[in-house]
Design a protein around this ligand. Sequence first.
Ligand code: HEC
Ligand code: HEC
Ligand code: HEC
Ligand code: HEC
Ligand code: HEC
Ligand code: HEC
Ligand code: HEC
Ligand code: HEC
Length: 467
Amino acid sequence: MDKKHFILHYLIPIAIGLILVGLAFALPPPVDQRLGVYDTLLGNLVETNCRNCHATGVPDTHHNLIASSAINRYTNAPFGCQDCHPVLSNGTEITLVRNCIECHDNTFNGMNIRRPHHETQAAADRHCNACHGSLVDNYDDGHYIPTSPPSTMTPDTKYKVINQTSGRKWGGCESCHEPNLTASPPIYGNNNTHHRLGNLSGFRNNDFTKCSICHDMHNATYGSDSIRYCERCHSYSSLHNIQYDIANTAQLPGYGHLGPNDCQGCHASYVAGSLAPGSDIIIPTIDSVSVNHLHEGEPMEVTIYGDDFVTTVDGITRSSVVAIAVGVITNGTTIPNITVAPTNITASAMVVTIPAMNKGLYAIYAIKDGIVESNKRPLVAVERVLVNSAIINSTTVTINGSGFGTYDPAYNNWTNVTINNGTTFRSVQVINWSETSINVTSPDAAIEDTATVNSIHGTNSTQVTGG
Ligand code: HEC
Ligand code: HEC
Ligand code: HEC
Ligand code: HEC
Ligand code: HEC
Ligand code: HEC
Ligand code: HEC
Ligand code: HEC
């Protein structure tokens, strides 16, 4: 259907104000927080919020940095245990900090660790959908932005009409996306969420060159605060496709953008009889992943929970596949993204078998109809610790296997080898240690003892045998 027909048949233009005041417009604000990221500020996130998305594999994601011989950008040397677990001044105790906030966007052990997410290259390049998915557009993906001056129908960044008695607003983003400082964590308004992105928004170092990412301070054709500039990331093609659980909420006000009861929130002068035009591919979102921790080289079945993975609008069904991307940090390598078809799919869950991956940080997301992408969730692949054999030869025990990681004698309380016969622990001295082989001296070890490798990637045991 073309636009003219649409407007003729489905939209009834109504004088602003007259009808609006009388309408029972039972929307929030503030909007629910079911899709995308919670609208708060980084500083309000606590450890559990971080772990919600970085569900497991947190030690592994750090320990992989050693395994990959990544360079610690703060010390300019390869990562070692002492960077993150400094030995206390008594020389015997070691720090184990688990609270993300004590390190990230903070100074820890001399490392001034940058703010997560918004100081990545993807963010600096304004490729916000690298993590936010198709809930936003990329400024350079060629999407349509009208060049005509905004009309009475064009949404405002704030609002156009307000009911002075109820405080209810219509005609712009602020009509629904309003703050609620009593929520936990507090929900912030749009200027706060966009202005407090660290170096990205320009407020940190008074870098006013950054403001024009979202406004146009000079040469502004439509006024510096026009929605036209926001449309670089929020074009109508993404805005008209945001709705929580479309199958069950299309007719209910307050669940998103494209139901007929929500049009006036943005287009104050219109009442619609149908879904918004262009709302044919509802953007899928991921809420959680059943495992977040893959083993290197081993395929694994994973269930992904979220909504709108498969939807039927106007008789057309659109479906999703699962994609794995190389993590933002390791981006730049030539490993292509992997896509896998689900073995089972409903609107709110997909089951897939992820193929064998190399160790490292990845992101998992859904691609619907080959076009739109969900938000991303981090996914970590790690080595599995496997002890294949422990062979004793006089006072030397040679242990072979894989996933042994690295060893630092100062951290012998954590990464080590133990040998015992069930009741007695033998004396053990590590001679050398590699990913696949460890040699220890143990004068009292014996055949049929149990030898255990405690690696940074986990623990595994076997029985000691003779040579
Ligand atoms: C880049 C930082 C970093 C480096 C380098 C690092 N770790 Fe860790 N490690 C962490 C963090 C962060 C945690 C806590 C993870 C959590 O709470 O989920 C941790 C947890 C641990 C744990 C506890 C695991 C658990 O969940 O109980 C051990 C043991 C450990 N590290 C040993 C080491 C050893 C040994 C080395 C050197 C070979 C090392 N780490 C190097 C950041 C690091
Ligand atoms: C002891 C300090 C410390 C703690 C605690 C800590 N981190 Fe880190 N983390 C680091 C350092 C250092 C790096 C490397 C940073 C860099 O290169 O900028 C890192 C890197 C990461 C990375 C990127 C890994 C990669 O492959 O590049 C992720 C993801 C991460 N941390 C998440 C977390 C989360 C989530 C928590 C809390 C559950 C946490 N960290 C707790 C120190 C810490
Ligand atoms: C590396 C992944 C990543 C990229 C790239 C990214 N974001 Fe985010 N963004 C997040 C995550 C995760 C959160 C929630 C935690 C946080 O605030 O850091 C978030 C939160 C936000 C919020 C809500 C406010 C807040 O602090 O929670 C806004 C607004 C936002 N991002 C805008 C942007 C813009 C604009 C860009 C592109 C210029 C961008 N993001 C690029 C991951 C990313
Ligand atoms: C009629 C009320 C309403 C209006 C007006 C409105 N939104 Fe929304 N918006 C919602 C609801 C409801 C959601 C779903 C929130 C959820 O469940 O997380 C949403 C979600 C979003 C999302 C997805 C990510 C997130 O943070 O929740 C973006 C991006 C967004 N809106 C941008 C805008 C922009 C830009 C405008 C103005 C042009 C706007 N909205 C106006 C109701 C509205
Ligand atoms: C990532 C996008 C983004 C960036 C970058 C950004 N802003 Fe904004 N700004 C917004 C949003 C969203 C709003 C709220 C909607 C509105 O008022 O237009 C806003 C609102 C404003 C307002 C109106 C505030 C009010 O309460 O009425 C001013 C003034 C402003 N910004 C100035 C700036 C300046 C100066 C910079 C650069 C230092 C900047 N902005 C950078 C997104 C951004
Ligand atoms: C550079 C890209 C970019 C520009 C330009 C931009 N935004 Fe956003 N906006 C985002 C991202 C990313 C999010 C977070 C989406 C999510 O929650 O996943 C967001 C979220 C929103 C939301 C949902 C509520 C929230 O805070 O998360 C609203 C409303 C919004 N933007 C309004 C605006 C307005 C008004 C402007 C213009 C003044 C604007 N944006 C300009 C990237 C942008
Ligand atoms: C979240 C805000 C938002 C909501 C809610 C919304 N729209 Fe839109 N819509 C936009 C934006 C932004 C544009 C682009 C307008 C512009 O730039 O002039 C647009 C454009 C349109 C257009 C013109 C399309 C074209 O091809 O130029 C129509 C018709 C329309 N919307 C109808 C609707 C209907 C019907 C609904 C409710 C079922 C609705 N919209 C809900 C934001 C919204
Ligand atoms: C809404 C989900 C979400 C939340 C909440 C979240 N993260 Fe992330 N984080 C991501 C995604 C998605 C990526 C990108 C994964 C990829 O592509 O590699 C990421 C990447 C990272 C990275 C590596 C990229 C970088 O910026 O250096 C670090 C470090 C990190 N997160 C730390 C944290 C910390 C600390 C917190 C809590 C303050 C947190 N995250 C909260 C989703 C989240």
